[in-house]
Design a protein around this ligand. Structure first.
Ligand SMILES: [Zn+2]
Length: 233
């Protein structure tokens, strides 16, 4: 693992900073994840780019995941607002990344023990992400690639691993650009391709015909092959 990498996202905010509720200690696996998964939140595309909005979004997602879904905490490890603010989702995710370990979340059914997830604020079926969100996404994914030694080829949309339209056609359509930008960023950090490992992707499950349209729902997040024994659904 390329531990010499010094890149890290621009001061991601911890749950303490965003005003998150307390949550039980997460499940942690010592092996680094194989996939970095890009999601959208399926929330309205807000034009409030403030930090206050970002923190409120973070709290809303946590409330939804804990109160409506019955989960122990926020499902994803990281959240990025349309103003470009980067926030820790599930508790202790950042310290795990820094150790090369992985906090098991609830964002991509049946792959949660091997996939780290980034939820990007908004709905990207027909509108592209903001420039600020994009820049923070590149920075965040480059950091994850360097910390975990995962090839940019394994930076995927949720739909690659689950039956969903997530992260929306517009964001999905620029994932090649994201991989290219991340490759350039990690090369600048001195991480070479030989440091990075590629994991084959399972067959694509395809999109469902009638995906529910509801805020914060963006496809199957928990499955029978996940180890989240404290989760309800
Ligand atoms: Zn998703």
């Amino acid at each position: 693992m390329p531990r010499q990498a010094r890149c890290r996202p621009n001061r991601p905010s911890s749950p303490g900073a965003t005003g998150a509720r307390s949550a039980p200690p997460p499940q942690v696996v010592t092996a680094p994840p194989n996939y970095i998964v890009v999601h959208h939140t399926a929330a309205p595309n807000s034009t409030d780019y403030s930090q206050a909005h970002a923190f409120a979004l973070s709290r809303s997602i946590q409330d939804h995941h804990m109160d409506s879904n019955g989960w122990s905490d926020t499902g994803q490890q990281l959240t990025i607002s349309r103003g470009g603010y980067i926030m820790e989702g599930r508790n202790r995710s950042l310290e795990a990344v820094r150790r090369g370990e992985h906090v098991v979340g609830a964002h991509v059914a049946n792959h949660n023990s091997e996939a780290v997830g980034i939820e990007n604020d908004g709905t990207y079926t027909s509108e592209p992400p903001t420039g600020a969100l994009w820049d923070s996404l590149v920075e965040t994914v480059a950091w994850l690639v360097a910390q975990y030694g995962v090839s940019p080829a394994n930076v995927v949309g949720h739909r690659a691993l689950g039956a969903t339209e997530c992260p929306g056609d517009r964001l999905y359509g620029v994932l090649d650009d994201l991989r290219a930008a991340v490759s350039a960023a990690v090369a600048e950090m001195g991480v070479s391709d030989s440091d990075l490992r590629t994991t084959p992707l399972p067959p694509s499950p395809g999109a469902p015909e009638n995906e529910p349209e509801q805020e914060f729902y963006h496809g199957p997040a928990l499955g029978v092959r996940d180890p989240n024994d404290e989760e309800e659904g």
